[in-house]
Design a protein around this ligand. Structure first.
Ligand code: PRT
Ligand code: ZN
Length: 286
């Protein structure tokens, strides 16, 4: 029987769309219906399982799934036998402690003797222990942000993204416990065939991520500016330089890191670059 790598992703929720998108951009062909529990990838021996995010670490530990995509927050909370393979650069958020806005806060010691409501008891326990603070933990599974308002707790520890949920519940963020993003996890015990499939997937994910963080850039410049411009945008090995029809001018093609892009445009123009075109890259392999 052919080896199949089973990858668990969230059935519905904040991770689902970007997880599917990443797998599709990595060249996996599959169709996913609404109430489907699994999907067969047509062009690779990979099967997708659609599960609740909280259950994914357990399924990976039990080897029902070989790999999965979950929030780092869930992975750390569950403490299952999974290995972190790659951070995926989406679903970024933080797990923070918040208290009523009217309360005074002078540091972590202010939490001593308080009751903290959270869906992340393990992480909160570790955080308090690390800072040698004694506080109560009240585990609740949803709507954590209303706990202080109804007198269930003095503080909460929950996921924060924009902060608007805290704001509308009269709370203020006082400690960031951890930063989180979606991650690819895998079982630490994979057969060599499954490991090879996972490595192939990882290679593709890296090519997609690298492409997202870089842009292809084309510009025209006078020949005597080529060296200076090459120093600004050296590209993967070196830029491609093609003569223009107009004597004394060249077209220079290179790759630029998305994050440095705006800073570099000014330098390129000051060195005499003109007609600058910036084009997205679909895949990039070093
Ligand atoms: O049904 P299932 O169990 O699979 O899903 P779920 O409801 O447990 O999880 P879901 O889909 O809400 O979130 C999945 C993962 O997305 C989380 O584990 C995080 O890793 C990540 N993520 C990113 C977030 C947020 N951003 C987020 N903003 N998870 C939850 N929130 C919630 C938060 O709990 C709070 O209620 O959004 C609110 C805060 O948002 P702001 O923007 O108001 O600060
Ligand atoms: Zn969940």
């Amino acid at each position: 029987m052919e080896t199949v790598l089973r990858i668990a992703i969230q059935k519905s929720g904040r991770l689902q769309e970007d997880s599917l998108k990443l797998l599709k951009e990595s060249g996996l062909h599959f169709s996913n219906g609404r109430d489907q529990l699994k999907a067969q990838v047509r062009n690779l021996p990979i099967e997708l399982l659609f599960l609740r995010d909280d259950d994914i670490p357990q399924y990976v530990e039990d080897q029902v799934a070989d790999a999965g995509i979950v929030g780092e927050n869930v992975w750390i909370e569950k403490q299952k036998d999974n290995q972190l393979i790659k951070r995926l650069d989406f679903a970024k958020c933080r797990l923070s402690i918040a208290i009523p806005r009217s309360e005074n806060y002078t540091g972590i010691a202010s939490l001593a003797g308080k009751n903290i409501a959270t869906s992340y008891p393990t992480i909160v326990k570790q955080f308090l222990k690390k800072h040698q603070v004694q506080a109560g933990i009240h585990e609740i599974s949803g709507s954590v942000e209303i706990a202080p308002g109804i007198g269930l707790a003095d503080a909460i520890c929950d996921i924060v993204s924009t902060g608007s949920t805290l704001l509308s519940n009269g709370l203020k963020e006082v400690e960031v416990v951890l930063q989180s993003e979606a991650i690819l996890i895998a079982s630490p015990i994979l057969t060599s065939e499954k490991q090879t499939l996972l490595d192939q997937l990882l290679f593709r994910i890296q090519a997609v991520q690298l492409a997202k963080n870089n842009k292809y850039i084309l510009l025209n410049c006078p020949n005597d500016a080529i060296e200076k411009i090459t120093n600004v945008i050296p590209g993967m090995k070196s830029p491609t330089i093609l003569p223009l029809g107009r004597p004394g001018w060249s077209s220079l093609h290179s790759v630029v890191d998305e994050n440095d892009f705006w800073g570099k445009i000014g330098q390129l123009k000051s060195h005499g670059a003109e007609g600058i075109l910036v084009i997205p890259i679909e895949k990039m392999i070093l």
